[in-house]
Design a protein around this ligand. Structure first.
Ligand code: ZN
Length: 60
């Protein structure tokens, strides 16, 4: 089989987020975070900030 156009598995999708507390910017794979589906705010993925105690959120 030949791949015509390679896609990305959802869990491998890359996300960039900024910590609202200490302004640290991180890039991470979706599988590294926790996905939350919120009816009101939409879906997002969150990881622990490596610098402080806050959560970093990124929209799906
Ligand atoms: Zn932080």
């Amino acid at each position: 089989m030949e791949i015509i156009k390679r896609g990305t598995k959802p869990e491998d999708a890359r996300h960039i987020g900024t910590c609202a507390n200490c302004k640290t910017e991180v890039e991470f794979a979706r599988s590294e975070g926790v996905v939350t589906h919120d009816q009101r705010d939409g879906s997002f993925v969150s990881v622990d900030c490596p610098v402080c105690v806050y959560k970093i959120h990124s929209d799906l």
